[in-house]
Design a binder for this molecule. Structure first.
Ligand code: AGP
Length: 634
């Protein structure tokens, strides 16, 4: 939820931190702050509100370099404990002002720790949980002082750098989820970090090292990265990093090369990341499918760590995810059940985790997450593995936690998504789910080879259909501008159009702050139809007339039902569907597709509708209020 960057090297730490925070601001924008160690001092600056407020504060400084030094860190906050004020902004310092801490996550036992610290004479000034860490470190450093390797308690590994040893000991006392980064006035040679259930990656540069919530923060400096695992502490110096667990045992983590560069995390001429990301969808889809559809018409998922036999042993599928990723999972259910004849349940990760789902080693749990850091989904993954289920992650972020905690991972290759509202990664997730569904059917022999080949051939055409759809959405942009003052919008769909309707409603809620609901069109008459009043916009995702069980005819009736009660109907229908024309106040055409692939095109007008309507309301579509891109608290 918060964004973190730490740096040690030869550059101005202030510049590196500010640049990193600009890239990380999508993770939270309630406040921001920086700490720099240099010239024998620790300096901090922090401000409530967006990063621009902090930049203004620094620009107004009378000094040419308000924060000199080449060791430092920056933080952008999504508030949990304590409101979004200056005083609650990170970094937080100890009583002496010698050390500073930034944090992402929630320290669940902070109240007890705070009481203990206050009883011991520490003065805490903020309402945050984070501040206890600064004071616990102060106490630890006072208890175990001394230069490197001289003093240390029982554990031999604690005879390392004093700050690193102190952080390890403090982490052992913390409960909850945290990424922590610490700098100290007296130790400009190191930046020290730790993590449990929140993200932290290392950037390995030439003569410089970075600690960050994600690689975008340091991608302009280095593309060489290292994962930090659960319950680990990292000591970063100019010439490299040393990683241990919380007990001090050295660990050897995976290093990797980031396969995208700084330009991918820029706006590329668009006024908003969201607009850029909507338009990147043909490429995101093509990249996600690349190498996974063979020339002879089979699905190839050879990066799997699960064997074909593992997939043959599956007798039940659970899909767990949150928000937009959950909607991708709902679409997957239709495909998995239809193609594999396996029972498939889809559940919001936050609910799955706290009931007693019946799982065993024959259960395949598919965890979908763009960030790979969503704590609700991560906890569901851990719960599933404890029950011996096999977990396959569908994820967009290399080096993130959920893939590491899963048995296998299928990466969507959508590139970095900066806009808080998911767009291109939704398409990537749907595509990955379709690949998994077809792969399951293929290895289990439920579909004939020629049936799989027919789907493969149609999937190959989808990026082009997405590109063509994006090219014809001007009518929905105009309509969105016209509806900028609407009070509410309903979204209806059937079959895979239902999750698309849910996704359209979510996009409108989060971007335009408008009341929006998605319903199965058949459910309408069981209650929601009471919401219909003259002029209410009702957007309907219409299944193909060539689809199953006359769903098309039924939804045409549903459109008539709402229209008869005065609704203004906005109908998303495929080319050549003439039956809807008499009942559509506004008709948005999409190309013909296979029923199960239709969400890859029908979602696009809904994304554009929400984005354009929010822009017409003068809202920031990249950073909607109260939200953060990566939700690392439960
Ligand atoms: C949707 O626009 C939001 N960004 C949100 O619902 C998101 O999909 C959800 O928080 C899950 O995130 P994840 O894919 O990173 O796990």
């Amino acid at each position: 939820m918060c964004g973190i960057i730490g740096y040690v090297g030869d550059q101005s730490a202030l510049d590196v931190a500010l640049q990193g925070l600009r890239r990380l601001e999508y993770r939270g924008y309630d406040s921001s702050g920086i700490a720099v160690v240099g010239a024998g001092a620790l300096r901090t600056a922090r401000r409530a509100g967006k990063l621009a407020n902090l930049e203004k504060l620094l620009a107004e400084s009378p000094e040419t370099d308000p924060m000199p030094g080449t060791t430092g860190m920056g933080h952008t906050r999504w508030a949990t404990h304590g409101g979004p004020t200056d005083v609650n902004a990170h970094p937080h310092t100890d009583c002496t002002g010698a050390l500073a801490v930034i944090h992402n996550g929630i320290i669940e036992n902070f109240a007890l720790l705070r009481a203990e610290l206050e009883a011991g004479g520490h003065e805490l000034t903020s309402e945050t949980d984070t501040e206890v860490v600064a004071h616990l470190l102060e106490a630890e450093l006072a208890r175990v002082p001394g230069p490197v390797g001289v003093a240390g308690p029982a554990s031999s590994a604690d005879a390392s750098h004093p700050l690193t040893g102190a952080l390890r000991r403090v982490c052992r006392r913390l409960e909850g989820a945290f990424t922590l980064v610490v700098v100290h006035r007296d130790y400009p040679e190191v930046v020290v970090g730790a993590r449990r259930n929140s993200p932290l990656v290392v950037g390995l540069g030439e003569g410089e090292s970075f600690l960050a919530s994600d690689v975008s923060a340091f991608i302009a400096h280095t593309r060489e990265a290292m994962e930090i695992g659960q319950d680990q502490v990292v000591e970063a110096r100019r010439d490299g990093v040393a990683v241990t667990d919380f007990e001090g045992q050295p660990v050897d983590n995976r290093r990797y090369h980031v396969d995208w560069d700084a330009s991918a995390a820029e706006k590329g001429g668009y006024p908003y990341f969201m607009l850029k990301e909507i338009n990147e969808q043909p490429t995101a889809l093509a990249d996600t499918l690349r190498g996974r559809l063979s020339a002879d018409g089979a699905i190839v998922l050879d990066e799997e760590r699960l064997s074909a036999q593992d997939f043959r042993d599956v007798d039940k599928v659970f899909i767990v995810a949150c928000g937009t990723a959950y909607h991708a999972g709902l679409i997957a259910k239709y495909a998995v059940e239809h193609w594999t004849r396996l029972p498939c349940e889809v559940e919001m990760a936050s609910e799955f985790r706290y009931r007693d789902p019946v799982l065993d080693r024959s259960t395949l749990v598919i965890a979908i997450s763009q960030s790979g850091e969503t704590l609700d989904t991560l906890m569901a993954v851990k719960h599933a593995r404890e029950q011996k289920a096999r977990v396959l992650a569908i994820c967009n972020t290399n080096g993130s936690t959920i893939p590491r905690e899963s048995d296998a991972v299928l990466y969507t290759r959508c590139g970095p998504e900066v806009g808080v509202a998911s767009t291109k990664t939704f398409l990537g997730q749907v595509a990955a789910c379709l690949l998994v569904g077809l792969f399951l059917a293929q290895v289990r022999g439920v579909l004939y080879g020629d049936e799989v080949a027919a789907y493969v051939e149609r999937l190959q055409r989808m990026p082009e259909l997405v590109r063509r759809t994006l090219g014809r959405l001007e009518p929905i942009r105009e309509l969105a501008r016209e509806l900028a003052d609407a009070k509410a919008v309903l979204f209806l769909g059937r079959h895979v159009g239902y999750p698309v309707a849910l996704e359209g409603a979510l996009k409108l809620k989060e971007l335009a702050y408008m009341h929006a609901e998605g319903f199965p069109a058949g459910e309408l008459k069981h209650g929601p139809i009471a919401l219909i009043e003259p002029g209410l916009p009702v957007l309907v995702v219409v299944p193909s007339p060539r689809g199953r069980a006359n769903l098309h005819g039924k939804i045409v009736s549903n459109i008539q039902e709402v229209r008869a009660r005065g609704a203004r109907t906005i109908v998303i229908a495929e080319d050549g569907d003439l039956a809807v024309e008499p009942y559509a106040d506004h008709l948005i055409r999409v190309p013909e597709t296979t029923s199960l692939f239709a969400p890859l095109v029908t979602t696009l007008p809904l994304q554009v509708f929400a984005c354009e309507l929010a822009l017409a309301r003068g809202l920031d579509v990249d950073q909607p209020r109260n939200l953060a891109k990566s939700v690392t608290v439960e």
